[in-house]
Design a protein around this ligand. Sequence first.
Ligand code: S3P
Length: 173
Amino acid sequence: VDHESLGRTLVFIGFMGVGKTTVGELVADRLDVPFKDSDEEIVKAFDEMTIPEIFHTYGEQAFRNKEKETILQLIDAEKQVLSLGGGAFMQEAVRQKCLEEAVVIFLDMTFAAWKERFPELISSRPLLQTKSMAEIETLFAERRSLYDAHHIRVLTDEITPEEAAEQIFQSLE
Ligand code: S3P
């Protein structure tokens, strides 16, 4: 991969638990650029509270405000790979900035495949804790329509994170 032609930050979007962080780290390693995760930066900003603690103590809106601020700042920093929390793209300002200034990579998955991951995700994702599976499926579909605005899409149902990273390199070339 020609580093010079990839002058932009790469941003990973997609639903909770699809592998944005895992694939993002692989891509960052191979490009030899820093990797950042918006959730991790938010946790640091809240003195290492967990995300469920932030939601329960300050509410979702406080989380979203910090999320927006964090992402807008990170995009303006050096070239990097940035993995976004699954809800970040709901915010218009985040969406616009990422689409204008970065390469947006959507890690897609069918709901059937995603459901198999659900048991591993619930304890760390407050939004999943208060919803029925039918409500989660609705959220999945609503989010998917926002993720439709992207530059590169990879369907991750039947491939490993390494294979997803490989497909991304091929699209970038
Ligand atoms: C959220 C996704 C999470 C995290 C928070 C809210 C969402 O990130 O930001 O729990 O609204 O979809 P992941 O996509 O990394 O799970």
